[in-house]
Ligand binder design. Structure first.
Ligand SMILES: [Cu+2]
Length: 290
């Protein structure tokens, strides 16, 4: 191995280790909430999020390969064709095969990315024959959950403010994520989600479940979720929607089908509409003070 080859190998090895470290950082063992100093994605807990993460991984590998190739090429050319080593510049103006190659290869790479990308877009768009439907309505600044398959069960979900967080919620880093009434769903079932809004544009976003849909006044947008196992999953409104945009987190409580049926049986009594209306006004007044 001559000096040039050795330097090139050392450079490529350093570049590879650097990108490998970045790739590892991007995939830590994560929870269903964001972790302090987290840079990568949360662990996947739905088929859609698994698809999103595998597509992300594929694209990351392609990016790493292209970056290493371009950086290596640049380093080689800088070294090999410096004025010292190559005093007489070449007069090559074009090279047909090269031009065909650098057009066709990027097109091929884009096709390789496009096929799984489009497949995923259609996969996350809707589900056929869902077990049930939930309607999600964004409001300034809380979420309203409706179960149209029941006799009009609906309730509001407000953030728990800092001073009201329990020690357990604080320890679990649930500041600006914990809510009074979670969206309760059965795990392991396909659930149709319909989003809309009562005022301005919001966005219903739960990273670990791969759910992200605008909530737009006058429109109903569809997606679906199948939460893989019981647990609590957190997200936030991710469309700037006014002063208190930051105080309308999303918390999903996924339970077994039996537990869900039990919950559904007692939920209408718990979320009495008359008392909710009164509650809504006082909570809104207190929310605008924060
Ligand atoms: Cu919002």
């Amino acid at each position: 191995m001559n000096l040039t080859a050795r330097r090139r190998a050392a450079f490529l090895a350093a570049a590879f280790l650097g990108f490998a470290a970045l790739a590892l950082l991007a995939h830590p063992a994560a929870a269903q909430t964001p972790a302090p100093w987290q840079t990568g994605m949360q662990q996947a807990h739905s088929p859609v999020e698994e698809g999103i993460q595998s597509l992300n991984l594929l694209v990351t590998y392609i990016i790493i390969a292209i970056t290493i190739f371009v950086a290596g090429l640049l380093a080689y050319v800088t070294f090999r064709y410096s004025a010292k080593r190559n005093p007489v510049a070449g007069k090559l103006s074009h090279h047909s095969l090269l031009e065909v190659a650098w057009t066709a290869i990027p097109v091929l790479i884009l096709v390789v990315i496009a096929i799984p990308s489009f497949r995923l877009i259609y996969f996350e768009d809707r589900t056929h024959d869902p077990y049930m439907t939930v309607k999600v309505t964004g409001h300034q600044w809380y979420w309203e959950y409706t179960y149209p398959d029941t006799k009009g069960l609906h309730y509001d979900s407000y953030m728990v403010h800092d001073e009201d967080l329990s020690p357990e919620q604080k320890a679990a880093h649930l500041r600006h994520l914990a809510v009074d009434n979670q969206l309760v769903l059965p795990a392991g079932k396909d659930i149709r989600i319909l989003t809309t809004s009562g005022d301005v544009i919001h966005s219903f976003f739960i990273p670990s479940l791969g759910v992200q849909r605008y909530a737009i006044p006058g429109r109903t947008i569809e997606t679906w979720v199948n939460v893989d196992k019981p647990g609590d999953y957190y997200g936030e409104c991710n469309q700037i929607c006014g002063t208190n945009h930051s105080v309308m987190p999303i918390s999903i409580h996924a339970v077994s089908l039996d537990d869900f049926k039990t919950w559904l049986a007692q939920a209408p009594a718990k979320f009495n509409n008359a008392s909710l209306e009164g509650d809504r006004n006082t909570r809104l007044a207190s929310a605008s003070e924060h």
